[in-house]
Design a protein around this ligand. Structure first.
Ligand SMILES: *Cc1c(COP(=O)(O)O)cnc(C)c1O
Length: 382
């Protein structure tokens, strides 16, 4: 446990974001809250209760273990959907626990059938169809085969969903491809419906699609990044505010990341600071050592480039980011002392460090920066 730095989650921001998303999607569209990758680095155990209190009752994860973590974090019953990996020997437990799960090949449907028969509990399935992303999903032949299996064993399945994933709705350059995917989805859906099968939820949209292409909202949207207060891309945000009088961001960041000064040193002109020769003091410098490094998610590519807030001022990262430590230049922060607060992400005084401020420098996506935040960091809710 790295006690020298903590992540705090702001409950008011959660409520603001979920309220905004619910209002925009309307009462007919269910929101599935995507909490894969440790809730985008925020922490599944902390985030799930907060989202539930804000009115979320459906959660999406990537794998079986995350589904277990969500289920033990729930304040009251909710649906949990596994969009990706389940080891064959966990399919039985998946059904037993009532988790919903994607069917993207016949093998998994066969296993679902086998265990459903064995334990006499319906498998809650979402048929995922391949529409042009070429990542996962049933093609037309497989869909027909799946339909036959389901019709022959109608007591073993609850057809909860019929879904696909769009290949990049956050960028206009993918517009044509997405339109083609939506056409393919409708074709696949008509195959299903011509066999008198009707899913409870048709769903294709992630955050970007839900905002850029309203017709993709259908019965349910799978919202990840926006719940946490981030737009999927600058383009999506600009698209949203372009026809609004008020161009302020309706979303609030949930997460802050803070640490403290571990020690302070004075370095004379002409000395190198940190490993190697990446930083040469060109004048006398005062430096602060901070117990965060690339092992807990502060990217090495922020070496000599990153910024942190100390004493209400922006301070540059000096030299290379180490495994567990960084050094910041506090020459211009009079009175800084050991134990003072260091803000890596979040606000201090009038200044704010945004995730985008360092994702721009490190050339990572917001998604990457967030999900690299180590689960060893303590998370608390304010
Ligand atoms: C991650 C994911 C989402 C959520 O995407 P955001 O861009 O974070 O909203 C939706 N659907 C699937 C299948 C995903 O893997």
């Amino acid at each position: 446990m790295n006690k020298g730095s903590v992540i705090t989650l702001n409950e008011k921001a959660v409520q603001n974001n979920i309220r905004f998303l619910k209002k925009k999607m309307g009462s007919k569209v269910r929101i599935s809250s995507v909490v894969k990758a440790n809730a985008y680095g925020h922490g599944i155990e902390q985030i799930v209760p907060l989202f539930q209190k804000a009115g979320i009752d459906h959660f999406s994860v990537f794998d079986y273990n995350e589904a277990l973590r969500v289920s033990t974090s729930l304040l009251k019953p909710a649906s949990i959907m596994i969009m990706g990996w389940i080891a064959d020997n966990n399919i039985k437990d998946t059904i037993e626990k009532g988790f919903e799960f994607y069917i993207f090949n016949i093998k998994r449907l066969d296993l679902a059938l086998k265990y459903s028969k064995l334990i006499k509990i319906k498998a809650k399935i979402h048929l995922e169809v391949e529409t042009g992303m070429h990542r996962s999903g049933l093609n037309k032949e497989e869909l027909n085969a799946a339909i036959k299996i389901i019709l022959d064993n109608i007591d073993c399945f609850e057809l909860v969903g019929f879904c696909t994933h769009l290949a990049g709705a956050e960028s206009v350059s993918n517009h044509l491809r997405i339109q083609k995917q939506l056409k393919n989805y409708q074709k696949m859906l008509s195959i299903l419906e011509s066999n008198n099968l009707k899913p409870n939820y048709k769903h294709v949209a992630n955050s970007a699609a839900a905002f850029v292409y309203p017709k993709t909202r259908m019965d349910m949207v799978r919202i990840g990044i926006m719940q946490y207060g981030f737009w999927p891309s600058m383009e999506t945000f600009i698209f949203y505010v372009s026809n609004k009088l008020d161009r302020s961001d309706p979303l609030n960041r949930i997460l802050s990341w803070k640490s403290e000064i571990m020690s302070i040193e004075t370095v004379k002109t002409g000395e190198y600071i940190g490993y190697g020769i990446s930083y040469l003091a060109q004048s006398d410098r005062i430096t602060a050592l901070i117990p965060i490094g690339y092992s807990i998610g502060y990217s090495r590519s922020l070496s000599n480039k990153g910024r942190v807030l100390i004493g209400g001022q922006r301070c540059g990262v000096i030299g290379l980011v180490n495994m567990n430590m960084i050094i910041a230049d506090i020459t211009n922060v009079p009175g800084a002392k050991v134990g003072d607060e260091v803000v890596i992400v979040g606000k201090q005084g009038d200044l704010e460090m945004k995730v985008s401020a360092f994702s721009d420098i490190s050339n990572e996506l917001n998604y990457e920066v967030l999900t690299h935040l180590s689960s060893a960091l303590k998370r608390s809710v304010i």
